[in-house]
Design a protein. Structure first.
Length: 370
C-alpha cells in the first residue's frame, strides 16, 4: 500500500527480551497528581480494523501533562541526580527524598534535555518540582506551542539549527559536574539515564497488566507501539513479549524508520530523518542503544507509515471521543495501514497507546476540521 511498508522482523525472540528494572511503586505515586490513566474503548476504530475491540491506554493527561513522558523523565532524574552526587537510591524512593538530596548537596545543578516536545516538557516540569533550573534544546521547526509549554515551566529553551539528532549532540555537549543531561536516547558511553527513562515507562504498562489480571479489560491479542528512538516500544516489548499476545507490531515514520532499518541490517542504523512530518515525536534518525535489543527481539513485525495514516488515526479516535496527537495515534495508524497484511481478525483484541494529546493545535484543527 502506498505510504506504508510491512517488514517481518528476522530477529524476533520474545522469550529473550531483556528484563527491565521498573521504579518502586511508591515513586511515581509520590508525584503531584499521580493516578493510573484510563484504558478506553474505541469502537469506531475497532469497526474500521474489523476486530473485536480496540483498547486505548490514554496517556493524554498523565499528572496534568500532555503525555506519558513524565514517567520516564521523573525516574531518570531521580536516578541521574543520585548517581551524579554519589548517592544510592533509598529504600522508598520518592520526590521528597530527591528534594532533600538536592537541598543537602550544596551543589548547583541544572537539568538538560533534548526534545521534539514532550520529553523536554516533562524534564522541565520535574526541574520545577525540584526548584532547579533547566535547559531544554529543541530542533529547528519545533511548533511554537510546544516551545511555549516548555518555557512556561520556567526552563530556558534553546533552538538548535538542525534535526533531532543534532539536538541530542548539542545536549550531550553540555554535560558537566553541574549540568545533568536527562535524554531519552542513548549512545556509546551514555546508557544509564536512557535506561532509567525506559524503566520509568514500566509504570504505564504495569497498569495495563494489572487491569488485565483484575478482569477489567481482556488480554490483548495484538499490541501496537509507536517508535521514535525506541524507549517506549522497548518498555512495551518488555511488558508484553512473554504474555499471550499473538502479535507485537512496532510502528515508525517512513522517513525516520531507524529501528526497522536496524532490524533489516542486523545492527544499529542511522537514517537521515530530515523530512517535515506531523509526527514530530517519531522523527528520530538513530535508535537508542539502551532500547535496541528489546525492540529487535520483541516485535514480530514492523510497519512504517507516512503522515496520511497518522492523520486518519487522529480522526478515527476523535470520532470515538478520544483526542490524540499525531505521534500519539501512530500505533493505531500502523494497524490501519497494514490491516490485511497483518491478518487482523474479528476475534482480536487490540491494544494501542495514546502517548500524547494534541500539542500542536493548528495541526489538530487542520486534521479534524473546525
Amino acid at each position: 500500500m502506498p505510504g506504508s511498508r510491512l517488514v517481518e522482523n528476522p530477529h524476533v525472540d520474545r522469550m529473550h527480551v531483556p528484563a527491565g528494572d521498573p521504579p518502586a511503586p511508591g515513586f511515581h505515586a509520590s508525584l503531584p497528581g499521580f493516578a493510573p490513566t484510563p484504558i478506553r474503548p474505541a469502537p469506531t476504530a475497532a469497526a474500521r480494523l474489523g476486530v473485536a475491540q480496540v483498547l486505548v491506554k490514554d496517556e493524554s493527561r498523565r499528572m496534568g501533562m500532555p503525555s506519558f513522558k513524565i514517567l520516564g523523565a521523573s525516574w531518570a532524574t531521580y536516578r541521574g541526580i543520585l548517581a551524579r552526587l554519589g548517592r544510592t537510591p533509598g529504600p522508598e524512593p520518592s520526590l521528597d527524598e530527591l528534594r532533600d538530596v538536592v537541598a543537602s548537596s550544596g551543589r548547583p545543578l541544572t537539568l538538560v534535555a533534548a526534545t521534539d516536545g514532550n520529553h523536554g516538557h516533562a524534564v522541565a516540569h520535574v526541574a520545577a518540582l525540584l526548584g532547579l533550573p533547566a535547559v531544554v534544546l529543541v530542533p529547528a521547526g519545533t511548533a511554537q506551542s510546544r516551545v511555549d509549554r516548555i518555557a512556561a515551566e520556567g526552563a530556558e529553551v534553546r533552538v538548535v539549527d538542525g534535526n533531532y539528532d543534532d539536538t541530542i549532540a548539542a545536549s550531550a555537549a553540555l554535560d558537566d559536574e553541574t549540568h545533568v543531561v536527562v535524554d531519552d536516547t542513548s549512545w556509546e558511553g551514555y546508557a544509564d539515564v536512557p535506561g532509567w527513562v525506559l524503566d520509568g515507562y514500566g509504570t504505564m504498562l504495569a497498569e495495563v497488566v494489572a487491569a488485565v489480571v483484575a478482569g477489567e479489560v481482556p488480554e490483548p491479542t495484538v499490541v501496537a507501539a509507536q517508535i521514535g528512538v525506541g524507549a517506549l516500544s522497548a518498555a512495551v516489548a518488555r511488558a508484553f513479549a512473554r504474555r499471550p499476545a499473538r502479535l507485537l507490531v512496532g510502528v515508525e515514520l517512513t522517513d525516520a524508520a531507524c529501528v526497522t532499518e536496524s532490524a533489516i541490517a542486523g545492527r544499529l542504523v542511522t537514517v537521515p530523518a530530515e523530512g517535515d512530518t506531523c509526527m514530530a515525536g517519531l522523527n528520530c534518525g538513530t535508535p537508542s542503544l539502551a532500547a535496541l535489543e528489546s525492540n529487535l527481539r520483541g516485535y514480530d513485525r514492523f510497519v512504517t507509515i507516512d503522515d496520511g495514516f497518522a492523520e486518519d488515526a487522529v480522526r478515527l479516535l476523535h470520532a470515538d471521543g478520544i483526542e490524540a496527537g499525531e505521534s500519539g495515534a501512530a500505533g493505531l495508524a500502523g494497524l490501519l495501514a497494514e490491516r490485511d497484511a497483518l491478518g487482523l481478525t474479528t476475534d482480536d483484541v487490540v491494544l494501542v497507546l495514546l502517548t500524547e494529546r494534541p500539542t500542536d493545535p493548528v495541526s489538530f484543527r487542520r486534521i479534524v476540521g473546525g
